[in-house]
Ligand binder design. Structure first.
Ligand SMILES: CC(=O)SCCNC(=O)CCNC(=O)[C@H](O)C(C)(C)COP(=O)(O)OP(=O)(O)OC[C@H]1O[C@@H](n2cnc3c(N)ncnc32)[C@H](O)[C@@H]1OP(=O)(O)O
Ligand SMILES: O=CC(=O)O
Ligand SMILES: [Mg+2]
Length: 531
């Protein structure tokens, strides 16, 4: 059992409210706590102001002012001469990156191939263990023996992947770590702890510190990261510019603000979210909105053109398919979809891509090696691309509508994913597809949107809140029958159903599934540590 938190000395103004094992304490030294607290004190007010700005912007969109390219940054876009920094060591050739949670086994498996870390249900212990595991990976000391006796070790240094860390987004808080009585910004907690404990090890390993920055909605939020990076580097006397970041363009508003220096990565998740109150923006079934849908294709082309104009990598995205065990035909079909997706990316001009599973590394590599013999294709200018605001917002060319089966599927996926997340597992295979917080978010947002607008199924039945909840209950009952009463009671399905029922009825919309569920994974069991 973990020793109670009071044993852990805490920095002035810091309270640690969760249990901390001796190993976890090694990343939570008083100096590390002070470092995180300093970042939080400097930047939290600005973070909160930017979050309030998100709400204000949502109000404007609801009132009819649709997203557009900003007049106040037109000069930045028009200025032809500026470039991003040249790629740092380990980032010149990024053809295949694997993402994954930060448990010890996954970290070793990923580092032995091509590494990017992510997809973590942010329980307190997952967060701290992740910090320990990443630090040990960079130090080269990580190893693991599974309960079945299989042992995991890192390959020799020259064969290891480049590690890129993805901190949580600006909207999240770390409620187990208080600074002056307030929950710490989760972004600054994740970034600050990693930077304090592992920046020097990253530099010594000749790779990093490198980051992926998720879910930003504006250039001002990017600037906040840059300010945090500068202060963090100054505090540790590490030269500014040592940190490199790749910005995820995964909100529709960010797609309108792409002319920024760091490399960018595609991943649009928030069309439904941001345009949710517009009846003409109701999307068809999730499976029918793909990267070849016209608005998605428009944003991918614009991203590649924008990046290459500035000399920075344009990374592709994640194919949702994962290997299917025990069914060779289904497995072949899944791999063929991944192959087709990667071919589309490399031919569009992407400089690399993401995969979710080690088996897919070779699939993606084969496609990129064949079509991208050089380390990247920054030379592909895409001058042919002329994408305007209307293209990014258009629902033209989408398959029509959805069926009751799509409603059921969305309920089923959202339930199964939330149940798992509430148990601390943030990435799960569901119906042979990789589901994470972002993909499950699409399912639950679609349910909300269909109810909100009374959208009709293809056979003409309007979706009401009562019908959606009835389907949710049916799907919950199916899980109950599958598991049996005892296992069902031990699971989190009831809680997931309750949370979901509260958020799909077309009224209050919770901006993030993860913040909706976060209070239910807290482990605030220990009294506050000494101040
Ligand atoms: C939209 C976005 O944000 S994308 C980013 C978020 N998504 C991700 O990061 C996806 C990460 N992927 C995963 O978590 C997993 O691949 C899952 C959950 C989809 C499937 O996991 P599993 O069912 O355990 O896969 P499977 O049993 O086939 O794994 C085979 C081996 O590969 C390992 N493995 C699977 N995925 C990964 C990964 N992403 N990184 C490292 N190792 C991995 C497993 O640990 C297992 O190792 P072992 O044989 O030594 O025990
Ligand atoms: O963050 C990645 C995504 O695809 O979403
Ligand atoms: Mg994402």
């Amino acid at each position: 059992m973990a020793p109670a938190a009071p044993r852990l000395p805490s920095a002035p103004g810091v309270q640690i409210l969760g249990p901390v094992t001796p190993e976890q304490a090694s990343v939570l030294s008083p100096a590390a706590q002070s470092f995180v607290a300093a970042l939080h004190r400097c930047f939290n007010a600005h973070r909160l102001a930017l979050l309030a700005r998100r709400d204000a912007r949502q109000g404007e969109i609801d009132a009819g002012r649709l997203p557009d390219f900003l007049p106040e940054t037109a000069a930045v876009r028009a200025e032809p001469s500026w470039r991003g920094a040249a790629p740092a060591p380990g980032l010149v050739d990024r053809r295949v990156e694997i993402t994954g949670p930060v448990d010890r086994k996954m970290v070793i498996n990923a580092m032995n191939r091509f590494g990017v870390q992510d997809s973590n249900a942010p329980t307190w212990s997952n967060n701290l263990d992740g910090q320990v595991n990443i630090r040990d990976a960079l130090l080269g000391t990580i190893s693991f023996t599974a309960p079945n006796g299989k042992s995991y070790r890192l390959k020799p240094k020259g064969e290891l992947a480049t590690l890129i860390v993805r901190p949580r987004g600006w909207h999240m808080e770390e409620k187990h770590f208080l600074v002056d009585g307030q929950p710490c910004s989760a972004s600054l907690f994740d970034f600050g702890l990693f930077f304090f404990n592992s920046a020097r090890a990253s530099i010594a390993a000749g790779q990093g510190p490198y980051f992926y920055l998720p879910k930003m909605e504006s250039h001002l939020e990017a600037r906040l990261w840059n300010n945090a990076f500068n202060l963090a580097q100054d505090m540790l006397a590490i030269p500014r510019g040592t940190i490199r970041a790749t910005v995820l363009i995964e909100t529709i508003l960010a797609a309108f603000e792409m002319d920024l220096p760091p490399p960018l990565k595609t991943s649009p998740r928030t069309f439904i979210k941001k345009l949710r109150n517009h009846p003409d923006k109701v999307l068809p079934a999730r499976g029918d909105v793909t990267m070849t849908s016209p608005f998605m294709d428009a944003y991918v082309r614009l991203l590649i053109k924008t990046c290459h104009k500035r000399g920075v990598h344009a990374m592709g995205g994640m194919a949702a398919q994962i290997p299917i065990k025990g069914d060779p035909a289904a497995n072949d079909a899944a791999l063929a979809k991944v192959r087709a997706d990667k071919l589309r990316e490399v031919q569009a001009g992407h400089d690399g891509t993401w995969v979710a599973h080690p088996e897919l590394v070779k699939v993606a590599l084969a496609v990129f090696n064949e079509h991208m013999p050089q380390p990247n294709q920054l030379f592909v200018a895409r001058d042919d691309v002329a994408v305007g605001a209307a293209d990014l917002l258009s629902t033209r060319g989408l398959a029509a509508g959805f069926t009751e089966a799509d409603l059921r599927l969305n309920c089923n996926i959202a339930l199964a994913y939330m149940e798992s997340w509430l148990r601390g597992v943030g990435c799960v295979p569901i119906h042979n597809l990789m589901e994470d917080a972002a993909t499950a978010e699409i399912s639950r947002s679609q349910l909300w949107q269909w109810v909100r607008h009374g959208a009709a199924t293809r056979d003409g039945r309007a979706v009401t809140a009562a019908w959606a909840v009835q389907i949710l209950d049916d799907e919950t009952d199916k899980f109950r029958s599958e598991l049996g009463d005892e296992k069902f009671r031990a699971s989190k399905f009831d809680l997931a159903r309750r949370l979901l029922a509260g958020t799909i009825q077309g009224k209050e919309y919770s901006d993030f599934l993860t913040t909706l569920c976060y209070d239910h994974i807290l482990t605030i069991t220990a009294p506050p540590s000494r101040m």
